[in-house]
Design a protein around this ligand. Structure first.
Ligand code: PMV
Length: 322
């Protein structure tokens, strides 16, 4: 029986979230926490979809049946299957698609983009569609539009190509970091709402334009400086820049109690730097430090009810595992 399995990394924003909305740069990194997609040939004439993280399993007699009956919260998956079926005239009636992710959903780790990239790539491999990585990323971007409305394109790009990117006014450039960087990703136990956080800053900017612009400019400067320090591998400088970025995000009111509790503990325990990642008001915190410090911090956070994982840069991007 034919079987294909792919994986795609998640991401975190290291510097520049929110300021990037106002045309300042941001730096994002692919991370070693991943999503996977498996496509397996089946004997029955059915199209099965198993969503492990939601404990959900669906069985359709064909694509039309799926179009009519798949819950609308999975419209991005429907779009992907319909789009590929239409363009390549595929027979989707005897496969089982299983999707799983080790990324916390709605927490700034790019789980939806990572799943999208893994799915498109698995379809590409199973049906031998010969799609280039660029095309896989483009289809995932269309899927992201269904989930997020107006995404920047950071997530599908980084989940497809891996490594690190510097993003400014719609343009990406790869940053190849020659050394290892270890971060602790900690979950605040609350999903975040990107739109709500963006609206909060928009409101602040309307109320107090000069001061808000000054803060966003400062984040832009930090991101530019961070690029140099990341290439140099100066961990202590990178950490200081993360802390300054976090302070500015706090002033912009997108931090919260759990984020502040985690970042404060991280610095107290000897980390180089700690900040929220992504939209804020929940989601995840990233902490840079020596591995021993991160291990110690992770155990401490566990006693306070916060889950965390040590992550590296993912350098491969989307990958065919089987
Ligand atoms: O938390 P996320 O992955 O949705 O990231 C949001 C980052 C913002 O800068 C706040 C918005 C954006 O589109 O870049």
């Amino acid at each position: 029986m034919k079987l294909v399995r792919t994986s795609a990394p998640g991401k975190c924003i290291l510097f520049g979230e929110h300021a990037v909305v106002y045309n300042h740069p941001a730096i994002a990194m692919a991370i070693s926490l991943k999503s996977t997609c498996e496509i397996q040939e089946c004997t029955k004439d059915k199209l099965q979809i198993i969503l492990r993280n939601y404990n959900q399993s669906f069985e359709f007699s064909n694509l039309n049946d799926l179009v009519l009956n798949f819950p609308s919260q999975y419209n991005q998956i429907r779009f992907c299957l319909e789009n590929l079926q239409k363009n390549f005239n595929l027979n989707l009636e005897n496969i089982k698609i299983t999707i799983a992710s080790s990324l916390f959903p709605n927490s700034g780790l790019g789980s939806s983009a990572s799943i999208a990239v893994a799915l498109v790539s698995a379809m590409n491999e199973y049906y031998k569609l010969n799609l280039e990585r660029e095309k896989i990323s483009d289809i995932a971007f269309e899927m992201e539009k269904i989930v997020h409305g107006a995404p920047s394109g950071i997530d599908n790009t980084i989940c497809t190509f891996g490594n690190m990117i510097y993003y400014e006014t719609g343009k990406f450039r790869n940053l190849i970091i020659p050394h290892e960087l270890k971060f602790l990703v900690s979950y605040t136990n609350t999903e975040h709402n990107t739109k709500e956080a963006i609206d909060k800053i928009k409101h602040l900017k309307n109320k107090n334009p000069k001061q808000t612009e000054l803060l966003l400019n400062k984040i832009g400067e930090i991101t530019r400086e961070a690029e140099k320090e990341l290439l140099n591998g100066n961990l202590s400088r990178i950490g200081k820049l993360m802390n300054r970025n976090q302070n500015l995000l706090t002033t912009l009111e997108v931090s919260n109690k759990a984020i502040s509790e985690i970042t404060t503990l991280a610095l107290k325990k000897g980390a180089f730097g700690s900040k929220l990642t992504g939209a804020g008001l929940g989601g995840c915190v990233i902490t840079l430090g020596k591995e021993s410090v991160l291990n110690n911090l992770s155990s401490l956070l566990k006693t306070k009810g916060f889950k965390s994982f040590i992550i590296n840069i993912d350098r491969e991007g989307v990958n065919i595992e089987q």
